[in-house]
Design a binder for this molecule. Structure first.
Ligand SMILES: Nc1ncnc2c1ncn2[C@@H]1O[C@H](COP(=O)(O)OP(=O)(O)OP(=O)(O)O)[C@@H](O)[C@H]1O
Ligand SMILES: [Mg+2]
Length: 227
């Protein structure tokens, strides 16, 4: 049975967008971020999105933050470009503004649903799904990474479809351009891509791999030498 909507609304307001974050992730904020010519536009789009969050809650706008290795040029990267960092900044900003949100990795999302199948689970599958259907802002990091079973494809499709129907904000990071999602999800990939195209502002982040720079900076700090 689906929990009554007033009870559900009350439960959902308790979700803090950055509640799963460790100390370091809590430092990923618009204020602390390194912003340069390569990511200024991405940060501008996202800060505008957060500034207008109420309007986006009405319309149910989504954000699809992606970097696809088949679209890079020259020495650009599709990895380490700051997609997760950018979504962390959104979650921290939402938490500060007390806008309820849930931030999960793909792995946590499916693990949450699957755990309800165990006999001593405190929550039913319906309860867990209704959380994912109804939370005002759902953020999913690194979507389309796992090997998908038919079961997982079906669950993901129903979560995204429900959220679209209910005008709920969904923010996704991924390494797949929308036209390649069906390669990961043969059953529902095209349906999911169509919903993302219809609902989302797409933010493509290809460029420098910031993990490299971080490693160089750390090495220099620790040794005084260039890497
Ligand atoms: N704007 C930024 N300011 C400071 N540090 C950043 C910024 N963007 C990214 N970083 C740092 O660079 C590293 C890579 O960033 P991140 O993990 O967000 O990349 P990603 O695009 O999600 O990579 P992947 O595709 O592999 O998931 C992290 O250590 C992150 O903290
Ligand atoms: Mg990432």
């Amino acid at each position: 049975m689906e929990p009554c909507s007033c009870l559900l609304d009350r439960q959902l307001t308790k979700y803090t967008a950055n509640s799963s974050f460790n100390y370091e992730q809590k430092q990923h904020t618009f204020k602390n971020a390194d912003i340069d010519a390569k990511n200024a536009q991405h940060f501008a789009m996202v800060t505008k999105f957060v500034d207008n969050i109420e309007a986006h809650q009405e319309k149910g706008t989504w954000l699809y933050i992606f970097g696809d290795e088949t679209r890079i040029k020259g020495n650009q990267s599709a990895y380490g470009t700051g997609k997760t960092y950018l979504m962390d900044c959104i979650a921290n900003a939402l938490a500060e503004r007390r806008i309820p949100g849930l931030y999960v990795t793909e792995e946590t999302l499916f693990g949450d649903i699957r755990s309800t199948y165990s006999r001593n689970s405190e929550e039913s599958e319906t309860e867990v799904l209704s959380r994912y259907y109804n939370v005002p802002v759902l953020m999913i990091d690194d979507l389309f990474t796992a090997s998908y079973s038919e079961w997982a494809e079906g669950k993901l499709y129903s979560i995204l479809n429900e959220r679209m129907d209910k005008n709920k904000i969904t923010i996704i990071t991924s390494n797949y351009a929308t036209e390649r999602i069906h390669l990961r999800l043969p059953l529902n990939g095209r349906k999911i891509a169509s919903r993302i195209i219809g609902q989302a502002q797409r933010i493509e982040m290809i460029g420098p791999d910031r993990r490299e720079k971080k490693a160089r900076d750390r090495f220099q700090l620790e040794t005084g030498n260039e890497l």
